[in-house]
Design a protein around this ligand. Sequence first.
Ligand code: HEC
Ligand code: HEC
Ligand code: HEC
Ligand code: HEC
Length: 373
Amino acid sequence: MLPKWFNDWNRDNPTNIFGPAILVGALGGAVFVAILLVTWGQPYATTSMQTGPRGTGMSVPEFNVALATPDPTIDAYYTDSPVIPEGGEPLAKDIYQNVQVLGDLTEDNFNRLMLAMTQWVAPDQGCTYCHGDVALEEYGKDDLYTKVVARRMIQMTQNINENWDGHVNAVAEVGVNCYTCHRGENVPSDIWFNITPVNEAAGGWAAVQNRATSLSQFTSLPSNALEVYLTDPDSMVNVHDLESRVAGVPGLTEDVATIQKTEMTYSLMNYFSNSLGVNCVFCHNSRAFYDPSEFTPQWSIAQMGRQMVIEMNVDYLIPLQDTYPPERLGPVYADAPKVACKTCHKGYQRPLQGMNVIADWPELATTGAPVYE
Ligand code: HEC
Ligand code: HEC
Ligand code: HEC
Ligand code: HEC
């Protein structure tokens, strides 16, 4: 095919083609990757949220990719603006037989809320999930546990928005409604039950730890931190002491914390961090975990959150134990399902990334008669 002179010339002048080919290939590859990085950006790039003075390492880094991807449940959120009453409309308590909590709502707003609750909690089953497959006239009956639980849920939601406003509206008006926890599911994600002791082979303290459970954040730390710190109103989280040797016997002398208690605090703090998708310096200056003058504003919001969660568990959720059917109760102690930070936050700094879920729902913002504007 090729002219003879070319074949002769090639035979007389052997050339190493591989060296240059590898060089050109490597250079070309590098240019290609560089072009990709310039056009698409560095996939592992992070942005740091500074939470304290410069140079103290107080920053929470996050992948840009994660920051740019919104919480997928935001898209599925259902809402509807209130029907402003003109005055003089009959109220739910006048129209229906058995409204114990939502009596001051006008018919329009009552139905609007029923529809929304259905979307938030039982979109697949519809009204029948709480009312059963009966005629509308029979909706006053309290035959199903779901309705009895839902009524208490309404009261709990109203209480959170009214009395824990310093937490749920701390940064901006955000609030809480059924969707904050339920996200279109009958049973919200990230609820928890008592499970300790988890280590049947050990007695004493060792029995609550050294087994990776979701309650120990899959570490060897104790699995009972939520049980103690999020259901006992008298529990104290603090363990820090500045003395090199503390007089007294840990555990026996009051205010002398045991190593075990320190581990439990650490287990809770891991839980806090994972629930919000942040690290310790979101709330603390890690050079002095105990020092109030070095806390960030988020520390106080979190501390209030702990008190709020205790109240939700103690006053609302634990007393519902006898109302649930057995399959809804805990695997070990048949205890009621409980909430904690992650039930609302779901790994985000602010639930639903700070979307305002209360503006349209004055009915859920107060324990009294709703105020429409
Ligand atoms: C998540 C549970 C739940 C769902 C789903 C639900 N409801 Fe209700 N419904 C309740 C509760 C709780 C009450 C009682 C409220 C109270 O005591 O203030 C109630 C009360 C009612 C009443 C008043 C009945 C009476 O005579 O006392 C009507 C009417 C009603 N709902 C209609 C509906 C309709 C229509 C739907 C579907 C669009 C629906 N509900 C979906 C929980 C639910
Ligand atoms: C702070 C979180 C939270 C909020 C807010 C919340 N719920 Fe719940 N809800 C729970 C937990 C926890 C359970 C217990 C889970 C279970 O039933 O296994 C539950 C259970 C229920 C159940 C029983 C479901 C079942 O199949 O067992 C209904 C119905 C319900 N909630 C309705 C509501 C309604 C209506 C609202 C809004 C007015 C609401 N919830 C707001 C946390 C919440
Ligand atoms: C969302 C905020 C938040 C995050 C994140 C957080 N903490 Fe805390 N931490 C608190 C609050 C609030 C308290 C006090 C709780 C109380 O007393 O009710 C506390 C208490 C503590 C204490 C006890 C201090 C004392 O006085 O003895 C230690 C130690 C601690 N945290 C360590 C950590 C560590 C380690 C991390 C990271 C793994 C962490 N925290 C992450 C909010 C946070
Ligand atoms: C009933 C739902 C709910 C529960 C449970 C809950 N939070 Fe929150 N939290 C919220 C809402 C809503 C906001 C957003 C407030 C805002 O943006 O104004 C928030 C905000 C915060 C913030 C401030 C975030 C910021 O960007 O400054 C911190 C810190 C926080 N929560 C910590 C906690 C901790 C720790 C717990 C568990 C002890 C907890 N929360 C439990 C609903 C909840």
